[in-house]
Design a protein around this ligand. Structure first.
Ligand code: TXA
Ligand code: MG
Length: 371
């Protein structure tokens, strides 16, 4: 792999034909979607797919999503299209939901990490759709970042993370949704494997049944690694009312602190002198759109630790909470939720934050009612 930091300017642009030609020739193209940028390869070219894994630094057993230009291509890639898949595709495609279905013979095992299922989605971005239409086939693409780090929501982030390892970057501007697609397993009773841009509530309305969020699926989902979507800074999660106090405590210890200030405490920003403070947008959609940009901002400002709280897990809050928990990951033991009793980390001490009304991990992830 190249260790060059950047990508040559002539390899960034809006030349869809060049991008499609690069895919046909077995090259790697980073492209915008409404969620995050993807690192694409011809899904039927095993060498190209293997290069995606190598560039990302991702274990070959972690499957990729195959991107299609339209729902009419779905039957070409799966063994069968269940009714539920038709319903979700009709309602949300093009859009930020990925369907896990039984793999069709066309899908190489290199794409699925050896699984008998395949993840498919039709992205809702004009540049992505132009690329997929010009290319004609399926494009296997993970998010265009190194394994475990923050997903790119702008073309410049792709260059920062992957540098010269990408053959061409289609620059379609900033991503509108900002968190990755919701992954829904439809091989049996519907279950969310990763919360994302389509809310659980909307999925349930479309399917007419409850759709649990599954904690530990039988499949390997990198987003389910304890530490993922992680900035360099350590992320510490506390209750909203403790964000400012905890940030002050860490700053007093000489740490360089980043603060994601919950909207209801925006007035308290003055207390965070010398810290990098970002006021969290009130709207879930705005917060989701900018979450990864915020995490990158803290790294750019060389924060050692970021203090944040998780939003309530409804609407896009579910996906935001999921990404923040994974950003906090195994590097801290924090799992604090509003009103939730959990162990949080303060410097080198471990203390209890807590109260009633906890949503526990198993409950939000729905293991009790999932199969
Ligand atoms: O929004 C998105 O989904 C973005 C854009 C580029 O489309 N893509 C993305 O890809 O987030 P990636 O590889 O970073 O995450 C895809 C997730 C992974 O966690 C992977 O394990 C899971 O999809 N996945 C892929 N195939 C699967 C399968 N057959 N069963 C279960 N999970 C699967
Ligand atoms: Mg990813």
């Amino acid at each position: 792999m190249s260790d060059q930091p950047g990508i040559a300017p002539e390899r960034v642009g809006l030349d869809v034909e060049r991008a499609a030609g690069t895919l046909r020739a077995g090259g790697l193209v980073a492209f915008p979607t409404e969620t995050v940028y993807g690192l694409g390869a011809d899904a039927e070219n095993v060498d190209a797919v293997e290069r995606v894994f190598a560039v990302k630094g991702r274990p070959s057993t972690h499957p990729l999503i195959v991107h299609l230009s339209g729902a009419r291509q779905l039957p070409d890639w799966v063994a069968e299209v269940p009714d539920a898949a038709r319903r979700v595709a009709d309602r949300f495609w093009p859009g930020p939901v990925t369907l896990v279905l039984r793999r069709g013979r066309r899908v190489p095992r290199a794409v699925t990490g050896g699984l008998e299922t395949v993840a498919l989605r039709v992205p809702d971005h004009p540049v992505a759709r132009a690329l997929l239409t010009a290319f004609g086939g399926g494009v296997a693409a993970p998010s265009a970042n190194r394994f475990g780090s923050v997903s790119p929501t702008a073309a410049a982030h792709v260059g920062d993370g992957l540098g010269a390892d990408v053959d061409y970057v289609l620059d379609g501007g900033p991503c509108a949704v900002g968190v990755e697609s919701t992954i829904v397993d439809l091989t049996g009773a519907p279950a969310i494997l990763r919360p994302g841009g389509v809310t659980r509530e909307d999925l349930e309305r479309a399917l007419g049944c409850s759709v649990p969020v599954r904690a530990r699926s039988a499949v390997r989902v990198p987003g389910q690694h304890p530490s993922h979507y992680a900035p360099r800074a350590r992320v510490v999660l506390v209750e909203p009312g403790q964000v400012i106090g905890h940030a002050e405590y860490l700053a007093a210890q000489g740490r360089r602190v980043g603060v994601l200030l919950p909207p209801e405490f925006a007035d308290g920003a003055g207390a965070c002198a010398g810290q990098r403070v970002i006021a969290v947008p009130d709207s879930g959609a705005q917060y989701a759109r900018r979450l990864f940009e915020f995490l990158r901002d803290f790294d750019r400002h060389e924060c050692e630790v970021v203090v944040a709280s998780v939003p309530t897990p409804d609407g896009l809050g579910l996906a935001i909470a999921d990404r923040l928990r994974r950003a906090a990951g195994s590097r801290s033991q924090t799992a604090a939720t509003p009103g939730c009793s959990a162990v949080a980390e303060r410097g080198d001490e471990v203390f209890e934050v807590g109260g009633a009304g906890c949503f526990d991990q198993d409950e939000i992830v729905g293991t009790k009612d999932s199969t």
